[in-house]
Design a protein around this ligand. Structure first.
Ligand SMILES: [Zn+2]
Length: 237
């Protein structure tokens, strides 16, 4: 299993729902996805990013407190469906494991709720805010074939695509974001605040013009200060 890097048709595809018959088979893949996510210092990964066009994501936006060791605690969501997006939004710089070497400012709702299944097929209700809400929206986009580029106006998109081509030519790998301050599924926010985990190197992805590769988050980035994800089991009775 490896991370698919843009451009690849699977990243632009609307993924199909996981059927009850498929779920047991996907469980092993889901665990592999989590391993790959941690290895790549990501905080989220969607199945299409590993070439599986199914509605399955894994996310872990837990941020250890100063001095605490990072304990993996992945949340697997199957067939997630948004039930609420807050009107309140903020804009923050995001990275993507499938778009290494660059970051893009994206406006997202600051809170959301969704319903999904866990890997055992149990219904779960998720409430998320801040960084977790942003990361979930990023991963849900992947399930509908939407990458960070699709959030841009046509001119910014061309600029970012050029920047991405330069970053790839410079050897950018999944996990590189070209900046140390962002969210999205690359998880550099988590990495840089996690004790003992070095922030990913930006040198490999830096274009020759040293300022061109820096992405400064616009707006107040509350997504970094209030990571919260709450899962409730649903009563089937
Ligand atoms: Zn992504």
């Amino acid at each position: 299993m490896r991370i698919i890097v843009a451009p690849d048709p699977v990243l632009r595809q609307k993924c199909s729902s996981v059927t009850p018959e498929e779920l047991p088979k996907l469980t092993k893949k889901a665990k592999q996805m989590a391993k790959l996510m941690y290895k790549s210092e990501g905080c989220g990964l969607a199945a299409p990013q590993v070439g599986i066009a199914k509605r399955l994501i894994v996310i872990d936006t837990n941020t250890p407190k100063e001095g605490e060791k990072f304990e993996p605690n992945p949340t697997f969501l199957v067939n997630p469906v948004l039930s609420r997006l807050s009107d309140e939004k903020d804009t923050c710089s995001e990275g993507c494991l499938s778009i290494p070497g660059i970051s893009i400012d994206i406006e997202r709702a600051t809170e959301l709720e969704l319903d999904a299944l866990d890997l055992d097929g149990n219904e779960v209700h998720i409430e998320a805010s801040g960084f977790a809400a942003r990361a979930l929206q990023h991963e849900l986009d992947h399930l509908d074939g939407i990458t960070m580029f699709e959030h841009l106006d046509p001119i910014s998109r061309i600029e970012k695509l050029q920047e991405f081509e330069q970053a790839k030519a410079a050897g950018a790998k999944p996990g590189d974001t070209g900046t140390t301050s962002n969210a999205g599924d690359t998880g550099t926010t988590k990495s840089s605040s996690a004790a003992g985990v070095a922030a990913p190197s930006t040198s490999a992805a830096a274009p020759s013009d040293s300022t061109a590769g820096m992405v400064v988050p616009s707006g107040t980035c509350t997504t970094n200060t209030s990571p919260q994800i709450t899962a409730h089991g649903k009563d089937s009775s």
